[in-house]
Design a protein around this ligand. Sequence first.
Ligand code: WT7
Length: 639
Amino acid sequence: MSQNYRIRGTEEYTRIYNESKTSPEEFWGGIAEAFSWSKKWDAVLKWDFNQPEVKWFEGGKLNLSENCIDRHLNALGDKNAFIFEPNNPNEPTEYISYSELSKRVNRFANLLLSKGIRKGDRVCIYLPMIPDLPVAMLACARIGAIHSIVFAGFSAQALASRINDSDCKMVITSDGSFRGEKSIELKNIVDEALLNCTTVETVLVVKRIHSKVTMMPERDYWIAPLLEQQSEVHTAEQMDAEDPLFILYTSGSTGTPKGMVHTTGGYMVNAAYTFQNVFQYEPEDMYWCSADIGWITGHSYIVYGPLLNGATSVLFEGVPSYPDCGRFWQTIEKLNVNQFYTAPTTIRSLAKESLDFVNRYDLSSLKTIGTVGEPINIEAWNWYNDNVGKGKATVVDTWFQTETGCILISPIPNATPSIATFATLPLPGVQLVLLDDDGNEILGNDVKGKLCIKAPWPSMARTIWGNHQRYKETYFTAFPGYYFTGDGALRNEDGYYRITGRVDDVIIVSGHNLGTAPIENVINEHEKVAESAIVGVQHPIKGMALFGFVSLKTIELDDENLLKQEINQLIASKIGPIAKLDFIQFTQELPKTRSGKIMRRILRKIANNESDSLGDVSTLLNPPVVAQLIELYNTKFKK
Ligand code: WT7
């Protein structure tokens, strides 16, 4: 495997970072040479953030699945690409070599073609964490179909809206999924979703939990018997570097989810580069990312990044608490995991359990341990560093977004320092800036501002599916000429970055991005509700939790608990259980400005027990409401 883009040491980081800044085209063009292209690109980069338009490796032709699989077959055919660790530890672990993966992907690609899927068609994948999931993804990439993976915890309605937004022609799902003691009937959810979808012609179903499902003739097919009929040979479709590879939905602060469109060539180069450097992956290492492939972390760091480096990637179906809270640590010992990557919320939930669960296992194989998804608090960072890494493995706090495709800010083990709660430094090729509210770059150190990026990187999303205007407005309008991340950050006296959290109406709960507006819209559908406003409150495990202020149409409320249940039920069915509110306060009115805007800033303070620093509220339309809400908070929620 090519290790020619590997950074080793501090001086090398500094030199390469500076080169990447002065000559980005030479820098990324050089890395791109490591891959197979059936036609070389005409230009490394063309860009204009005002349009916005970004093109990497334009004119180049390649296939991503070929680069992930075929390119390695000679040297690494017998090496494991994936190791599948099932939900139930008594079920056997499955080892899938690169040559086995190649056969499965080729068969699957031929199956997609036999069902009429062609280059450019959208295929929705709604699967649990089983080998069929990466196989289906890679098969799509192989024939040039655009995959849209929907996390298999989303509700029928959320699934339907994603299928419809991008007019998917096919859904790939399973009868159900195992999650700890529970199982979820996924095919039923798909059936319900498809009542509201008109574009889906075919549903392919994997048998996983052996539950009873209804198969609609001429639409639904069991996958296994069809795969058996397919050839193990398939010639990969050659794609343009800028052809879409996948769509992945992320919630926004307003309206419907945004289908972020990622393209082929740039994403490949960036995913491979960041995987190798952030995790310092060595050819014999065992790598495990515990995220779900339904999120960007799984796309880039369970599937594409590792495979592009010929790595072995663990695919874990279960949950951290089953059969007990030692499952992660047991799995690390069992498989000799060298790099482990998880989320702060998972660390916090395991840190509250007895240390025996960790200490029972030998974790000495670990070299790099990563976190991603939300700011990591100092207690969780220390716990992870001390008890999992034993002070020997390097903690990498990695920052990125669905939109950025790949990690942009992270320590690089053995090259740049790892500092508790800091994502630290931009990776080569990434030009970070902090802006003030007027859009001026804040220079120097020991400063804070809005985190923006000044120049394109190869794996940035190119547009929002079907809505380029929204792409422009969301990311390129607040600060013209810059990509705006939506995050606030500080740069300390030594120049290291710490991400402080969202500065928009997105709240990250247990690592899941939740826009407040879509949840409020659902609550407002309830017949008793007039209006609602959701704010985030600090939570010891989830990081943030949702606190809803709900004003009612009626003055009388006979059963408060029932109404709370109904509201959460509504949210669970329309969005998913992850969006349920932890706290609800009913009220007659919400505090508003004179122009009628709900004062979320004030609600945020009340819900976080910071009402002594509310500032001046006398300019509000209805100041007495604030006093009432503080009173209610103090009697009901204050500990
Ligand atoms: C948002 C993106 C990136 C994969 C999972 C989340 C927050 C992400 C960190 C970190 C502080 C982080 C940001 C970002 N975030 N990583 N290391 N430290 N915050 O992807 O769902 O698109 O969410 O997650 O707020 O904007 P996503």
